[in-house]
Write a new protein. Structure first.
Length: 148
């Protein structure tokens, strides 16, 4: 393999590995971790570090991806199959990661809405409870005789 093709293959494989590590973090995430702020920050920090690595690779790989056909034409045809296979692996890994992240995002929104609903019910219950409490000093008692 020519040096240029080897470099590109290495970048593609490195980017694929980074996306796999990111997917693994998501799969190993405890469902209750989304409710733990410290654990959530740690997870976001790890994913951010991986995305930084992906960005560094993309600096080199991005222009090649944009002119993929031209790049393949410029190298020995014997290397085309391995590069195409590596690129397809990268695409499928990224597709799986996006599906996983979207699923987790939906799950997190559902949890957030559930918690929000419980908070609203609690607040409403507290307000209703206060309406029945005795407030002897208040001239505007609604549910008690003014005499007490």
């Amino acid at each position: 393999m020519t040096k240029n093709a080897q470099e590109v293959l290495g970048w593609i494989q490195s980017q694929t590995q980074a996306y796999r590590r990111m997917a693994e973090l998501g799969r190993n995430e405890d469902p209750e971790a989304s409710m733990d702020g410290e654990r959530l920050i740690e997870l976001v920090t790890q994913k951010s570090q991986i995305l930084t690595q992906v960005d560094e690779i993309e600096i080199h790989l991005g222009p090649i991806k944009q002119n993929w056909g031209g790049f393949l034409d410029s190298i020995d045809p014997a290397h085309h199959d391995s590069l195409r296979e590596a690129m397809e692996t990268l695409r499928s890994t990224l597709r799986e990661l996006v599906e996983q992240e979207l699923g987790q995002q939906t799950e997190l929104k559902e949890k957030m809405n559930s918690v929000s609903g419980h908070i609203k019910q609690t607040i409403q219950g507290q307000k209703a409870g206060k309406a029945y409490q005795s407030r002897p000093q208040s001239p505007n008692n609604r549910f008690m005789d003014k005499k007490g």
